[in-house]
Design a binder for this molecule. Structure first.
Ligand code: PNS
Length: 164
């Protein structure tokens, strides 16, 4: 059987423990994963170089990290998946609104690229409330971050908000 290569795309502003869990579980289902960090059309807290570095730092110590690559991507997801030779895209769904969004995106991407496949995983219940948006809010207000992000990301958030 040919190599199963998942592309795990996102803005990752910043990368959370929810993202890390999804990646770890995705790794269990394939041979390798490329974490694809989007440019971010919207204004992001961390620029792309910073987000790439934070993802790379968060992967240290992850079992199977040697089967992960972290790269930036611009443009259409289907083009990135094709260029990287990914066999499927990995996405997490936490809620009904996530599901609607992912369904629409998968349908559209399937039209753009008929071979396109999405593997959807649901987060562990204790991680399901984590979103990058909420993490940024907690950091902005000086809350404890360790339950939500890895130490390197927590430190970067504290520095960004002048609390480091
Ligand atoms: O951080 P997110 O919102 O989970 O990431 C979403 C991302 C970057 C995966 C999504 O916005 C994306 O795929 N963007 C690339 C542009 C694209 O291909 N759009 C498809 C049209 S629906």
């Amino acid at each position: 059987m040919s190599e199963r290569h998942f592309l795990y795309p996102g803005t990752f502003d910043p990368f959370t423990r929810g993202h890390l869990d999804l990646l770890a579980r995705g790794l269990g289902l394939c041979d390798r994963v490329t974490v694809a960090v989007a440019a971010g059309g919207k204004a992001t807290l961390f620029d792309r170089e910073e987000r790439l570095a934070l993802v790379r730092g968060a992967l240290a110590g992850l079992p199977g990290a040697e089967r992960c690559r972290v790269a930036g991507f611009d443009g259409l997801l289907v083009d990135a998946a094709r260029e990287l030779g990914a066999t499927a895209v990995l996405r997490g769904v936490r809620s009904g609104s996530d599901l609607e969004h992912e369904q629409a995106m998968a349908a559209l991407n399937h039209v753009l690229s008929p071979g396109f496949e999405v593997v959807v995983l649901f987060p562990r219940p204790e991680l399901a409330m984590i979103s990058s948006t909420l993490v940024r809010d907690v950091a902005r207000c000086g809350g404890a971050l360790d339950a939500f992000v890895t130490p390197g990301v927590a430190e970067a958030l504290r520095r960004r908000f002048g609390r480091g």
